[in-house]
Ligand binder design. Structure first.
Ligand code: NAP
Length: 248
């Protein structure tokens, strides 16, 4: 695979970082774009640019100005705006675009999932008197504020600067753990419902297994949109796609 023109990766995921590492190791020119939400992002091989492009037109201009050979949208499955912009901007710039998206989790026969469209629907699906573990970022809590008949358990990496606007809640500090620690958390806090997004991947799947083992229903927020083809589900598939377009 060879090209002097760079591959632009829209990043912010583990898959994006792994792709950047592998392409750089093959000697390709790689630029990773980050939204700038993380204060101190881990260093990546190749070039890193940070911040929005200014919508579709901004991204299309960036692709042209920097003679990008291929655009790989490896953003998080819930970053729907960036993914939609990537489709249109690549078409405008006349370059190939690939969506790299890890597969969604699928319920097993012994799972008890209630699948909902968004956080509003998740809030509405909780029965009165529930003790719900919200495995969601702090920016997604507002729809739950009207449920003053539900007790919420929140997990946060750092203590929040101001208290979440939830009538009855407690905060657990920490990161997603293994099956044992997630089971201990759900059991110890007497959780009756788990609320989470269908992010897919291994890193945060332990809580789903813990809920299954404890027979706790999961209110699973569906992904916002189906990925637009072509789609790669793994870094290896993405590398094969990039190789084929660069050698064409
Ligand atoms: P979003 O709602 O789809 O995007 C909003 C705007 O943020 C975009 O229109 C774009 O601004 C800018 N943006 C998003 N991703 C960018 C990137 N990689 N490089 C440059 N600009 C970017 O996205 P989001 O849900 O806020 O997610 C933002 C970033 O965090 C993504 O890169 C994503 O991979 C990462 N992330 C998101 C989640 C999640 O749960 N959503 C979880 C983990 C990581 P302009 O229109 O100005 O270009």
């Amino acid at each position: 695979m060879f090209s002097t023109d760079p591959v632009l990766i829209l990043g912010g995921t583990t898959e994006a970082a792994a792709l950047a590492r592998k392409l750089a190791a093959e000697g390709l020119s790689v630029i990773t774009s980050l939204a700038g939400r993380t204060r101190d992002p881990a260093p990546l091989p190749g070039e890193t640019r940070i911040g929005g492009f200014g919508g579709v037109e901004g991204l299309a201009s960036y692709l042209r100005d920097n003679q990008i050979a291929v655009l790989v949208d490896a953003t998080h499955p819930f970053a729907a705006q960036m993914s939609a912009n990537a489709v249109v901007a690549a078409a405008k710039a006349g370059i190939p675009r690939l969506r790299l998206e890890r597969p969604a989790w699928e319920p097993r026969a012994d799972d008890s999932w209630i699948e909902v469209a968004d956080e509003e629907a998740a809030a509405a699906a909780l029965p009165s008197g529930a003790r719900a573990f919200l495995a969601l970022g702090s920016q997604h809590l507002a729809p739950f504020a009207k449920r003053d008949d539900v007790h919420f358990v929140l997990r946060m990496v750092d203590a929040p600067q101001s208290a979440p606007a939830l009538a009855s809640h407690e905060i657990v500090l920490g990161l997603p753990g293994d099956i044992e620690s997630e089971t201990a958390l759900l059991r110890g806090r007497r959780i009756t419902h788990l609320v989470c997004r269908n992010s897919g991947g291994e890193a945060s799947y332990a809580k789903i297994i813990a809920a299954r083992d404890l027979k706790i229903p999961v209110i699973m927020i569906r992904r916002p949109a189906e990925p637009v083809p072509p789609v790669a589900e793994t870094v290896e598939e993405a590398i094969a796609f990039i190789g084929s377009v660069l050698s064409a």
